[in-house]
Design a protein around this ligand. Structure first.
Ligand SMILES: *[C@@H]1O[C@H](CO)[C@@H](O)[C@H](O)[C@H]1NC(C)=O
Ligand SMILES: *[C@@H]1O[C@H](CO)[C@@H](O)[C@H](O)[C@H]1NC(C)=O
Ligand SMILES: *[C@@H]1O[C@H](CO)[C@@H](O)[C@H](O)[C@H]1NC(C)=O
Ligand SMILES: *[C@@H]1O[C@H](CO)[C@@H](O)[C@H](O)[C@H]1NC(C)=O
Ligand SMILES: *[C@@H]1O[C@H](CO)[C@@H](O)[C@H](O)[C@H]1NC(C)=O
Ligand SMILES: *[C@@H]1O[C@H](CO)[C@@H](O)[C@H](O)[C@H]1NC(C)=O
Ligand SMILES: *[C@@H]1O[C@H](CO)[C@@H](O)[C@H](O)[C@H]1NC(C)=O
Ligand SMILES: *[C@@H]1O[C@H](CO)[C@@H](O)[C@H](O)[C@H]1NC(C)=O
Ligand SMILES: *[C@@H]1O[C@H](CO)[C@@H](O)[C@H](O)[C@H]1NC(C)=O
Ligand SMILES: *[C@@H]1O[C@H](CO)[C@@H](O)[C@H](O)[C@H]1NC(C)=O
Ligand SMILES: [Cu+2]
Length: 690
């Protein structure tokens, strides 16, 4: 909201705001103007890249509206002035505007909409966008909720051929449109073998951080104090938006009660599925999202101020945090940020541990941040975004992004044990690391420095066994097709790893060199160290710095975000669903022959417990439990896939065992997927306690 932002900019005198502003605004795209002349008025702009392609000329259009308020005719939405507008009648039923684009089929890629400008009324917030080739059969391409102001609005989606476009919205106070543009772009031919994109979910904010609520399946997202900006923060609040994957609603909430601007935080879901968010702009605060009550509450602050730290939930249910020199100064004192090349100065960002039951933080200075530094020339970047994997006996394996790997111990005052280095790899800041099967970690991409350096295509498989022992490290296939940094990834029920977004050279808020084609790592079933990379279906929305991806309960993937840079043009107020090929028939329609889990006798289990599963029909003996993810800034230390072997007595009844050492199946909520010929079921929750 530009008005909000300007007001804050005047107050921008705090050390915190200045620091962050200088650090993160270095490479951003050119600024967009706060307002732009559209149809004879200055309209607040959204600072968002336009949909791919170009506007479709309006000369041949015919427009039809569901209802009209006297004088505010339908065609006033597409005349060349924003002085006039179409307004629907006030109505309890959904109202819509339908545009016939002409005889020629167009590959429609998005639309922009200018709300009524003379007063802040009849705003379209909740909405749905549908396409049709015949005006009878409609296909939903986007839906969601826009931010409640008079700025221009935008929706960008996977290009689809259409002659008709419909925008519909609830209209209890009427809805009004002063201007509507529709975009067409190059068509991306559907190919079920590569997966499919859509629909787009329009959000009232840039989702920079998110987690899946294991109880409701909703995706809880947040940005910073502002829905489109993080600089200029006075602290104390965070804009959140929740996408309910079941009823497709998007709700918005300004969370103030935890006194925490949750921008650049660490995130870990705890043993009960609560989302524990630490530090960031308010660098010592702890905010906790209670999944059962969908409420945020304030936890004890950390002892050490941190931003861009990583955290992970331990085998005993406590949460380990380390690093984070982006906030609170290098070295962790509240004073000035000091640029230094002395690694000892990172000591202030050593480990600490949170006990969610007693709500207490304990410093464990034996877990040394200095062991996990990259050689970035900016010291505040060296300990960011650790690749942490909780393992047995309270241990944590740190797989990167530093070339050096380590084991951290969390008993007593903590310990640090070097664990070798990733063969042939360099520091890989903002790369990804995913445990795709028990003890098997795939690492890929990232770059030697946080920004300005070429990212790599490097990929490694790291196999961990016992704490404090060096893991084995192999190359993973021939590496990725594309150099990627700022990319995101999720492990799928079949054990493959889906990778999306990122760019060649990491430049926060600059979208050059971005990759629209995802890829997937397919582990070799017979060779535990082998695997191949394959390309997947291209999309049309850039996902680079501040974007994320999460696995959903139905086996699809939510990707979203990018930006949060105020008046720069790299903001993405949306998410998009990617459907992997395993959920599509050859003709691209949804796979209907999915296996079904009828019941799970024990949904609350401990390490070593046996779980009984009843399915509708016979399923593959390889199944998986995948821990619910949370993500921000390429970090997702919550997701983890544990492949499980099903035993059966032959009547669609199966059993499998939770690994018996605590920490292998890190405590928390898991999605149990069974598969049949590679097609996954919808998941059922399995809750592993410490
Ligand atoms: C974005 O980065 C590219 C590549 O370094 C550069 O050419 C371009 O000028 C940058 N854009 C802006 C607006 O700085
Ligand atoms: C964009 O924001 C910056 C502050 O981050 C400000 O200095 C500049 O004037 C703004 N530019 C425009 C065109 O509004
Ligand atoms: C417009 O009205 C809505 C609803 O009353 C309010 O939340 C919003 O802040 C207003 N926006 C502006 C720009 O005045
Ligand atoms: C979480 O919400 C549930 C349901 O509203 C409530 O019973 C419980 O006390 C809450 N837990 C905390 C820690 O606030
Ligand atoms: C370490 O940081 C302190 C400030 O925290 C600074 O005074 C000192 O010069 C730094 N030491 C080195 C060797 O860079
Ligand atoms: C780090 O390197 C970049 C690019 O070479 C340079 O602009 C910057 O000043 C350097 N920063 C420090 C702290 O040396
Ligand atoms: C677990 O960790 C503790 C503390 O580091 C250590 O004393 C103990 O030997 C470890 N137990 C096993 C089974 O490795
Ligand atoms: C990245 O690599 C390419 C090809 O080797 C090279 O031309 C380019 O200069 C490199 N860019 C940077 C920023 O190092
Ligand atoms: C899987 O590994 C086996 C054994 O190394 C090899 O023979 C086979 O070709 C590999 N399969 C693929 C698809 O790479
Ligand atoms: C199969 O095993 C399940 C679980 O142990 C048991 O309840 C069921 O009776 C068994 N069915 C047969 C046919 O043995
Ligand atoms: Cu950031």
């Amino acid at each position: 909201m530009k008005i909000h932002w300007r007001a804050a900019a005047l107050l921008l005198g705090t050390a915190r705001a200045n620091d962050v502003m200088q650090l993160e605004s270095l490479y951003r795209e050119g600024t967009t103007p706060d307002t732009a002349p559209i149809g004879g008025r200055e309209v607040l702009t959204l600072a968002q890249p336009l949909p791919q392609g170009q506007p479709i000329p309006r000369a041949e259009w015919f427009v039809r509206c569901s209802t009209i308020s006297s004088g505010d005719d339908c065609d006033q939405a597409i005349d060349d002035t924003t002085e006039t507008f179409w307004k629907s009648a006030d109505s309890s039923t959904t109202q819509s505007i339908t545009i016939y684009l002409g005889m020629q089929e167009r590959a429609v890629s998005g639309l922009t909409m200018v709300p009524r400008q003379d007063q802040n009324a009849s705003l379209i917030l909740e909405h749905q966008i549908l396409l049709s080739t015949d005006g009878d059969n409609w296909n939903e391409v986007a839906y969601g909720t826009w931010w409640p102001d008079q700025a221009q609005k935008l929706s960008a989606f996977q290009p689809q051929k259409a002659n008709y476009v419909r925008l519909s919205a609830p209209a209890s106070n009427g809805i009004a449109i002063a201007d509507l543009q529709i975009y067409e772009s190059e068509f991306i031919p559907p190919n079920a073998a590569l997966g499919a994109w859509g629909p787009t979910i329009d959000l009232p904010l840039v989702p920079v951080a998110a987690a899946v609520d294991p109880i409701s399946g909703a995706v809880v997202t947040w940005s910073a104090w502002g829905h489109d900006i993080f600089t200029g923060s006075l602290g104390g609040e965070t804009q959140t938006a929740t996408w309910n994957s079941r009823d497709h609603s998007v709700t918005q909430r300004d969370v103030e009660n935890t006194h925490h601007d949750m921008f650049c935080p660490g995130i870990s879901t705890d043993a009960d599925g609560k989302i524990v968010v630490t530090g960031g702009t308010d660098a010592s605060q702890t905010s906790i999202y209670n999944t059962s009550g969908a409420a945020w509450f304030e936890g004890m602050p950390m002892n050490i101020e941190r931003g861009y730290q990583a955290s992970t939930t331990l085998s005993d249910g406590r949460i380990f945090v380390i690093g984070g020199s982006f906030s609170g100064g290098v070295g962790g004192t509240n004073g000035e940020r000091v640029e230094t090349t002395n690694a000892d100065n990172a000591s202030g960002k050593d480990g600490e541990v949170y006990d969610p039951i007693s709500d207490e933080w304990t410093e464990i200075s034996g877990a040394k941040a200095s062991a996990m530094l990259t050689d970035d020339n900016r010291t505040y970047r060296q300990d960011n975004h650790g690749w942490l994997f909780a393992w047995t006996n309270g241990s944590v394996f740190q797989a990167g992004p530093s070339k050096a790997m380590n084991w951290y111990g969390t008993a007593d005052s903590g310990s640090t044990t070097p664990a070798g280095s990733r063969t042939g790899d360099e520091d890989a800041m903002c790369g990804n690391a995913v445990m795709y099967d028990t003890g098997k970690i795939l690492t890929f991409g990232g770059s030697p420095w946080y920004e300005t350096r070429n990212a790599t295509t490097n990929a490694a498989i790291i196999t961990i066994d016992k704490p404090d022992q060096n893991p084995s490290v192999q190359q993973a296939g021939n590496g990725m097709f594309y150099q990627r940094t700022f990319h995101s990834s999720v492990v799928l029920p079949d054990g493959s790893v889906f990778v999306h977004g990122g760019q060649d050279v990491g430049l926060p808020f600059n979208e050059s060199g971005a990759h629209l084609t995802p890829e997937r790592f397919i582990p070799n079933a017979t060779d535990p160290q082998g695997g191949t990379w394959i390309e997947q279906q291209k999309n049309s929305v850039v996902r680079v710095y501040h974007s994320l991806a999460l696995l959903l309960q139905d086996g699809t993937v939510f990707t979203g975000g990018g930006g949060l840079c105020g008046n720069c043009s790299a903001n993405h107020f949306d998410g998009q669903i990617y459907t992997p090929p395993y959920l599509l028939k050859a003709d691209g329609t949804p796979q209907t022959a999915r296996p079904v889990i009828k019941s799970v006798t024990q949904t609350a289990v401990k390490p070593g417990d046996t779980v009984e599963v009843t399915t509708e029909d016979a399923v593959d003996t390889q199944a998986s439990i995948i821990r619910y993810g949370s993500a921000t800034h390429t970090v997702n230390t919550d997701q983890r896939r544990i492949g499980v072997q099903l035993s059966t007595n032959g009547s669609n009844q199966y059993t499998f065992q939770i690994p018996d050492q605590a920490g292998i199946a890190q405590p928390g909520y898991y999605m149990l997927f069974v598969l049949k010929d590679g097609v996954p079921s919808h998941s059922v929750n399995v809750h592993v306690s410490p």
